[in-house]
Ligand binder design. Structure first.
Ligand SMILES: [Mn+2]
Length: 383
């Protein structure tokens, strides 16, 4: 099931090729506005993109979810973020000299009430300068004055639209972590979201379980705050464009579409690895990631299967925006049983995931640039 919105080009800057595009739902059901690079947008490699361009459009049908497991998702899906009329009215309301003066009830124009942040953050620049040789962590800590302890950030002059937890599974990659933090924080601050970075470190030397660490991150983050949105983020991927918003659209979003290591091409259509975004409700609906994948590979494809099995689909920004540089590292040991688990995954969707997650939280610290969780994972009982 595919649905597309209506793409209206509003302004074309010839010299930069940058276009302000407005995607407006006919009934005002959903409204999204984003910047696209028109030159890249029309390039041949993009037209051959296996999934095509999926921008959050008008839904022609809303999948059904059970209310108790997915209240948040339903709300997000059903309510228009901002109707087009509201956007055009903003400036008029602000400047109107003829506001009522006698009514003393709730007054939305009161200057003490902080306004909601705009749909599109105003200070985005597009392509970013990625720095792979960051200063020492202690230097970064002093330099990033807008980052609050625990690796938190939020806009100071408007009310953020999204509460976002960035979950980073981790073990033994201090250089990568330092580089990611140095590049990620400034971008997230510009995006005007309310965010917190969680580093979920696996204790011991056993096979790495990326997926299970994601599940732990989800559970532990929710103990701090009811986040709306979860970004599952590999430590070695650096975003190259600040228009790649770290928010959760109405469908799960694969964010690392174009990675330099793969020549900026999507290796296959159902890829969901690297960096991906899911709302709280979506992640609960699919029962999180499988806990069965120890060692490299498979867990992201299993998640793609879970998403499809629940009637959701993977959405993507165009590859000129959803762009990343990958830091190099030696190849991880692949899990030889990953295909087997993938093939039989479906029968475990309901029982393998958040529902049978077992771990011990060994340590937790709030450093200036991130919240650190050290966890001991307990392999699930085979089903
Ligand atoms: Mn990697």
């Amino acid at each position: 099931m595919w649905f597309y919105g209506q793409l209206v080009l509003c302004h074309n800057n010839e010299s930069t090729g940058r276009v302000t595009a407005k995607l407006a739902g006919r009934s005002g059901f959903q409204f999204t506005q984003l910047m696209l690079n028109a030159n890249q947008y029309t390039e041949r490699s993009f037209r051959g993109h296996p999934r095509g361009l999926i921008i959050y459009g008008i839904t022609t049908g809303v999948p059904t979810y059970s209310a108790e497991t997915n209240t948040n998702f339903t709300k997000e899906t059903m309510q228009p973020a901002v109707a087009p009329e509201d956007v055009s009215n903003v400036s008029r309301t602000e400047t109107s000299p003829t506001r009522n003066t006698t009514y003393n009830g709730p007054n939305v124009t009161d200057s003490s009430v902080i306004k909601q942040c705009p749909l599109i953050p105003p200070n985005l620049a597009g392509p970013l300068v990625v720095n792979k040789t960051p200063p020492e962590l202690s230097v970064i800590e002093v330099k990033f004055t807008d980052v609050k302890p625990g690796g938190k950030g939020s806009p100071s002059n408007c009310k953020p639209r999204y509460k976002v937890a960035i979950i980073i599974p981790y073990r033994d990659r201090p250089q990568h972590l330092q580089t990611l933090l140095y590049n990620l924080h400034p971008m997230l601050l510009k995006q005007q979201i309310d965010y917190q970075i969680f580093i979920v470190e696996q204790e011991g030397n056993g096979p790495f379980n990326r997926a299970m660490l994601m599940n732990v991150g989800y559970v532990e983050a929710l103990k701090e705050k009811i986040f709306d949105c979860f970004i599952f983020h590999d430590v070695d991927l650096l975003p190259e464009d600040d228009r790649n918003l770290y928010t959760c659209p109405e469908q799960p979003r694969h964010m690392s579409v174009a990675v330099d290591k793969f020549k900026y091409r999507l290796p296959y259509a159902d890829l969901f690895g690297g960096v991906s975004a899911m709302s709280r409700g979506q992640f609960r609906l699919v029962n999180g990631f499988s806990n069965m994948f120890w060692g490299w590979g498979g867990e992201d494809d299993d998640m793609a299967n879970r998403i499809k099995a629940k009637g959701l689909h993977i959405s993507r920004y165009p590859p000129n925006i959803a762009r990343y540089k990958m830091l190099s590292h030696r190849k991880e040991k692949a899990n030889p049983r990953r295909y087997e688990y993938l093939k039989t995954g479906k029968k475990r969707f309901a029982t393998d995931g958040l529902t049978n997650l077992k771990y011990d939280l060994i340590d937790k610290k709030k450093y200036k640039l991130y919240t650190w969780l050290l966890v001991k994972l307990t392999p699930p009982q085979p089903s």
